[in-house]
Design a protein around this ligand. Structure first.
Ligand code: SDX
Length: 428
């Protein structure tokens, strides 16, 4: 007998099916609720509402578990590569060696962007935030890729659009960085792997090839893996809902980039470093700032702390914290904000305010310290989050498309003025 949920409304009882996921998550299927009862549900911020059934990523917030297509994030971060994880998220299984080589080669055919796009880079003032540039530039790719508009495109046609976007994103990201510095753009090289090409275009030299420290390449690869997907977070939900209208992949990803920009979401990695720098310059009194974070009358929040789903340690934060120590030691960097971050974490994890609310460090708390050690400026941190999240966004968009999910259109409860008649201007 399958489980059901019973509710009684105005003396009448109704039953709704219970859906059980492969990891035993339970949900009440309310797709017929309004038809049967005239009622809708209300759940501001969707804290208790599932938007879809997905086969891509599983989170267990209480246990602090994250798996991509069934593989634990700890294993993938240790043993896989970002390109292999991108393949896994998008196509559903780990590639064979030959499959991965072919994937890399296909991507390397499309890493160059249309020369006309340089006009867009030149049009931005050097002060333009990289996330605003990225959202605009990714959306502008559709101008050079009309095949991306086809809503009933074949899987092969969609796959070409996916490969082009995966291939061009590192080029766009590195050129945004170069543009801000007024330095010449460096073109990708087909002999390079994904991460090396990105570092070549970002920190390489026009006049000669640069060898990059394997510690740096490995740290960046690991960070991108850790950011690659995270089920129905704010920006992924944005990508899905924009895609549900039939909008093309570039437009949908551009919308996701804009959603990620917010300091409550991906923008937190920039906000964390700014917060740590501020605390350092303020004398490093972590207790003072912990108390400000607890004070309801103070708008200060401990950036990089708390999570909608994780009520235990964010597994990614644990991996990044360890990588932080490793990378800074190997690169011989002593970053004072790392010690401040660790003191804040230690204090918060023993403070009842944070313990009661189950507030732990999230993915953004330590990531910025590594990005900074790798040589990236603070304003580029969220763009790097977007670079990592791209394969997850793509996989989620494709899943919505191939499942032919309906256009997303939530309902509401109206609490405004009831009907009233128009009053002429001279009578108001
Ligand atoms: C990401 O969803 C994802 O998966 C996102 C992400 C991904 O990979 O896509 O994991 C990436 O966005 C990580 C989160 C990055 N954001 C930050 O670090 C910003 C700081 N964190 C908060 O703004 C907050 O914790 C959120 C936005 C992350 C979650 O907010 P919720 O789930 O809406 O929780 P809430 O705001 O209702 O907070 C519950 C309580 C409140 O106190 P009370 O009203 O119960 O007294 O906890 C408090 C909050 O005031 N609280 C904090 C806090 N976060 C929550 N208090 C101080 N500092 C904080 N950081």
């Amino acid at each position: 007998m399958s489980e059901t949920a019973k509710i009684t409304l105005q003396g009448q009882s109704y039953e709704f099916p219970v859906v059980t996921g492969t990891e035993n998550e339970k949900a009440i299927d309310i797709s017929k609720l309004r038809d049967q009862t005239g009622y809708i549900t209300l759940d501001t911020g969707f804290k208790n509402t599932g938007a879809t059934a997905s086969q891509i990523t599983f989170l267990d917030g209480e246990q602090g578990i994250l798996k991509y297509r069934g593989y634990k994030i700890e294993e993938l971060a240790e043993k896989s590569s970002f390109l292999e994880v991108a393949y896994l998220l998008i196509y559903g299984d780990l590639p064979t060696k030959d499959g991965l080589d072919k994937f890399q080669k296909r991507i390397n055919k499309h890493t160059v962007i249309h020369e006309d796009m340089k006009k867009f880079f030149d049009a931005f003032p050097y002060t333009a935030h990289p996330m605003g540039q990225l959202a605009s530039l990714v959306s502008s790719l559709s101008a050079f890729s009309p095949e991306s508009f086809n809503t009933d495109a074949s899987k092969e046609d969609n796959d070409l659009v996916v490969i082009k976007l995966l291939a061009k994103m590192p080029t766009i990201v590195s050129w945004i960085y170069k543009g801000a510095l007024g330095r010449p753009f460096i073109y990708p090289k087909s002999k390079n792997d994904y991460i090396t090409n990105f570092m070549h275009m970002t920190f390489g030299k026009v006049t000669e090839d640069v060898e990059f420290d394997p510690v740096v390449l490995d740290a960046l690869d690991k960070l991108l893996i850790l950011h690659a997907d995270h089920e129905q977070n704010c920006s992924t939900s944005t990508v899905r809902i924009v895609g549900s209208s039939g909008a093309n992949l570039y437009a949908s990803i551009s919308a996701g980039i804009s959603a990620l920009w917010g300091p409550s979401h991906g923008g937190a990695n920039q906000a964390v470093i700014e917060m740590l720098e501020h605390i350092k310059n303020d004398g490093g009194d972590t207790e003072k700032w912990i108390n400000k974070a607890k004070d309801k009358n103070d708008e200060f929040r401990l950036m990089g702390f708390g999570h909608r789903v994780y009520k235990n340690f964010d597994p990614r934060a644990k991996i990044i914290k360890k990588a932080c120590d490793n990378v800074l030691e190997k690169l011989g960097i002593n970053d004072p904000v790392l010690e401040i971050a660790k003191k804040l974490e230690e204090a918060a994890l023993h403070d009842p305010y944070f313990v009661e609310r189950k507030l732990y460090p999230n993915v953004d708390f330590y990531s910025g310290i590594i990005y900074r050690a790798l040589g990236f400026p603070t304003e580029m941190f969220t763009v790097l989050f977007a670079l990592g999240r791209l394969p997850g966004w793509i996989a989620q968009w494709l899943e919505l498309r191939y499942n032919q999910e309906p256009i997303g259109r939530p309902r509401q409860v109206y609490t405004g003025k009831t009907e009233r008649n128009y009053v002429d201007l001279d009578k108001r």
